[in-house]
Structure formats: structure tokens, C-alpha cells
Design a protein around this ligand. Structure first.
Ligand SMILES: Nc1ncnc2c1ncn2[C@@H]1O[C@H](COP(=O)(O)OP(=O)(O)OP(=O)(O)O)[C@@H](O)[C@H]1O
Ligand SMILES: [Mg+2]
Length: 285
């Protein structure tokens, strides 16, 4: 059994990508017994602090690795330098959930585009690192920053699938074309087939008419995309969960937000099964 790697991506900031990724990962581990790894690719370290406290992170970085250390390969002058091991960057059982692991991020990741500007195969560093632990997980989620930096490119290059969290507002559709263009280019240049699992609406407030109108416009403009039936509602309890460094499915399991993430995990498993089946049948054609 080998892990399926999924990136969560949208150029638009602050729409709930990280919260969705962390809670989907957490729900798969908690309710379905899946072995799940979250890789925080964003120098803002938001996924990291959704799952571990600042104190835990401080202690961790004093002796262990973050994603920034794993990715950094610039010290070519030091010939005796030992290649950092992915296993040394994995924090086990985070957010109060068994089988949910994390590779934390660090602000240093901001400089990676510059420090790796001349590195060979720089888009596939993460893919090579993760290949060492694929057999240990069912799913690996890459939480990407809201841009197309080298960090995001590494997440995409390491992935089999991607999901697109979308906040339904009039400008939302603009970035979607950019994502699919970039993925097309990446697929061509890396000779891979990264596939979309679909669009997931976040912070969905059905009381606001504009939300309904925009979500229909997005469906019309993206007929090729699967749109998840589960919509993550706007829910203030989701915001406060981060204070305890645990996902809302632990801090507030009865809330509407928590129920939605639980539903989403179920739909996600059905969707990925279908995609895997159609991939497999394509192989026989
Ligand atoms: N469904 C929701 N209801 C209410 N608040 C939410 C919801 N989802 C996320 N939030 C809050 O919105 C803010 C931004 O969320 P999050 O960090 O997940 O967005 P993001 O898209 O990953 O941001 P960035 O683009 O900076 O990475 C956070 O304060 C988070 O707690
Ligand atoms: Mg984020």
C-alpha cells in the first residue's frame, strides 16, 4: 500500500484552505482510521500551529528538522554534509489524534526560491523526500501557500491529486484558470498526470444571496470540475479551535463546522476511490 498525495491549492489568500486541509486530514485519521501526514508548505506556518503549540514547535526546531531544512540543499561547500532525513522532520500523533502526523514549516521557507534558484530538479525535492515514507501512510496532504512559489510547485510535483478550496465570491473564478494552466504546464514539463479531485466551497454562508449566485457561476464556468456536495459553512467555532492547536473535530465535535468536515472526509474517500478506479481502467484501454 502506498500513500496518495494530495495538494490543496488556491491563489486566493485567507479563504480557509489550511483549515480545510487540516480538518479533512484529521477526520480521515479520526473517523476512518487512515494513516495521514500533513506537510506544511507555507512559510506562514498556519497548518503547523493548527496542530501543535508554539512551545512544541520551539522544542522541535531546537533538535529536529522542519520542511525548510528538508528542502534546503544549498550547502554544497560542505562535502561531509549529511542529507537531511524526512523521518527526522515528522512529528507523530499531532492535534490529539492518533495516526495524524505533521512535517512542520518554518518562516525560513520564504527564502527557498532564492536559495534554490540554481539547484537541479528543484521542483521535485519534496517528491524525492516523501518517496521514503509513502509506504507508511494512506494519505499525505500538502498545504500550499496562496501563490505559485517553488514551495507550491514542490507540493504539486509530489502529488497525485489536488483539491481546490474556493470561497464563493465574484472574484473567485479568476484564479481558477491560472491554477489549471499552471498544472497543465507542470504535467507537461514533469511528464506526470496530476489530476483534480474537485472544488470544495469554504466559508459557505447560504443566507447570503451572493454566495449562491457565485457558486452557480463557478459551476457553469468550470464544467470539467467535480464540485463536492459538502460545503464547509462559515462557523465562528472553526476560528477559535486554533487556540488549542487542535482541529475543530476534537475541540467542538458537535458544531456545524465539525459535522461538515466529517461529511467531507466521507465524500473525499468516495471521490478518490472513483478517480482511482477510472485511472486503473484507463490503463487497460
Ligand atoms: N469555515 C470557516 N468559518 C469561519 N472561519 C473560518 C473558516 N475556515 C477558516 N476560517 C478562518 O479564516 C481564517 C483563514 O483561514 P485559513 O488560514 O484556513 O485560510 P487560508 O486560505 O489557508 O489562508 P492563506 O491563504 O493565508 O494560507 C482563519 O482565521 C480561520 O480560522
Ligand atoms: Mg493557508
Amino acid at each position: 500500500m502506498t500513500a496518495q498525495v494530495i495538494s490543496s491549492i488556491n491563489m486566493k489568500g485567507g479563504i480557509g484552505k489550511t483549515t480545510l486541509t487540516v480538518n479533512l486530514a484529521a477526520s480521515l485519521a479520526r473517523f476512518h482510521g487512515k494513516r495521514v501526514l500533513v506537510v506544511d508548505l507555507d512559510p506562514q506556518t498556519n497548518a503547523t500551529f493548527c496542530l501543535i503549540s508554539r512551545e512544541t514547535w520551539d522544542k522541535w526546531i531546537a533538535s529536529k528538522l522542519t520542511l525548510a531544512d528538508l528542502m534546503n540543499q544549498t550547502d554544497h561547500s560542505n562535502l561531509s554534509r549529511v542529507e537531511p532525513k524526512v523521518q527526522d522532520a515528522i512529528i507523530k500523533n499531532v492535534g490529539g489524534i492518533n495516526k495524524l502526523d505533521l512535517i512542520p514549516s518554518h518562516l525560513k521557507l520564504t527564502f527557498i526560491d532564492i536559495s534554490l534558484s540554481t539547484a537541479i530538479s528543484r521542483e521535485t525535492i519534496l517528491k524525492r523526500k516523501l518517496s521514503k515514507v509513502l509506504s507508511e501512510y494512506d494519505f499525505i496532504f500538502c498545504d500550499c501557500p496562496p501563490n505559485l512559489s517553488l514551495s507550491t510547485q514542490n507540493g504539486l510535483a509530489a502529488s497525485d491529486y489536488y483539491i481546490i478550496p474556493v470561497f464563493p465570491e465574484p472574484l473567485a473564478a479568476l484564479g481558477l484558470g491560472l491554477i489549471s494552466n499552471r498544472i497543465k504546464q507542470l504535467n507537461e514539463s514533469l511528464e506526470k498526470e496530476l489530476l483534480s479531485l474537485g472544488i470544495i466551497y469554504t466559508k459557505y454562508d447560504k443566507r447570503i444571496k451572493e454566495t449562491e449566485i457565485t457558486s452557480l457561476e463557478i459551476i457553469d464556468a468550470n464544467p470539467q470540475e467535480y464540485i463536492f456536495n459538502t460545503r464547509i459553512p462559515e462557523n465562528t467555532k472553526i476560528k477559535s479551535a486554533v487556540r488549542s492547536s487542535q482541529p475543530i473535530i476534537i475541540t467542538n465535535p458537535k458544531s456545524s463546522g465539525s459535522q461538515a468536515y466529517k461529511e467531507l472526509a466521507k465524500e473525499f474517500l468516495e471521490r478518490i476511490d472513483k478517480m482511482n478506479d477510472s485511472k486503473a481502467s484507463d490503463l487497460f484501454i
